[in-house]
Design a protein. Sequence first.
Length: 334
Amino acid sequence: MDPESGRKAIELAAEILRRGGLVVIPTETVYGIGADALNGQAVADIFRAKGRPQDNPLIVHIARLEDWDRLVRRVPQAARTLAERFWPGPLTVILEKSGLIPGEVSAGLSTVAVRMPAHPVALEIIRRSGSPVAAPSANLSGRPSPTSAAHCMADLQGRVDLVVDGGDCPVGVESTVVTLAGPRPRLLRPGGVTLEQLREALGDVEADPAVLGQADPAKPASSPGMKYRHYAPKAEVILVHGSFQAFSRYVGERGGDGVFALVFDDDGELEIPCLRYGGRMDHREQARRLFDALRRLDDRGARTVYARCPDPKGVGLAVFNRLIRAAAFREVRL
Ligand code: TXA
Ligand code: MG
């Protein structure tokens, strides 16, 4: 986009938000479908547009640190430390909410999730709208999160007032979600800011069992979003652990109509059609390409997808977390 039409799109987006409309906004993680976070009606429209379950709360996006203070009851020192280190950036922090947050945003919880995104277009739109912006990922509920404007159009055209194209999202998976509302800092969703980085900043951070897919189904989810089968392409995905050689043999015996492999750039050739999603050790590249790869598999008519398992270290933990959900916890160990 040239600078003049860029400015116009930002101004139009801000105006639509002020009027209570819905705007798809680029962020550094994934695209979000935004509404004025302080307007309960506008926020309710997000749930309708996405087909999102009513009990799944939204993240509130801010452009200035000062705005945080009025959205939550208190900003503790640990929260300030995280903001200083990681904002603007792919980190969402959960705290007890203030009276300003409409019930639609927090879906009945006493807490609210807040983040300051690192995308210049997102920041400018929020600033100009004059209000914090509630925004879940701009996909139809259950579909892979969108990392390009084309993904958003495919899911939401006709359901929102405007889609602002900011190019491909550089992080590619959603923000890291950490709660400071409990007795100890707890990682609820891994993302662009790693667990290792959080521990370096805060010392003690525990990972919710659901991060690695070990949640106890009998207990209520700490983060409602984690209980849904998520990021799912239409195909059945199976996550395969083990060496490339073993993988190659395994899928070679299972080829057929609609059967695909999802592998790393540096893996060898296979007997069945495959898509690649980054180098085996390049977790950031895997994160950038994963959701697009899942959507491409749908476009190619995949019915069964065998996916090479990423190493769950650093940002790889986020990649693993998304893939295991896309696979609805179907795993094979070779
Ligand atoms: O990167 C991102 O976070 C993107 C961009 C648009 O900012 N947004 C995003 O939003 O991924 P969404 O709605 O798709 O995911 C928000 C996650 C959900 O899993 C939700 O359950 C959780 O955050 N969440 C939100 N508020 C919460 C709260 N008060 N307590 C626990 N979990 C919360
Ligand atoms: Mg989402």
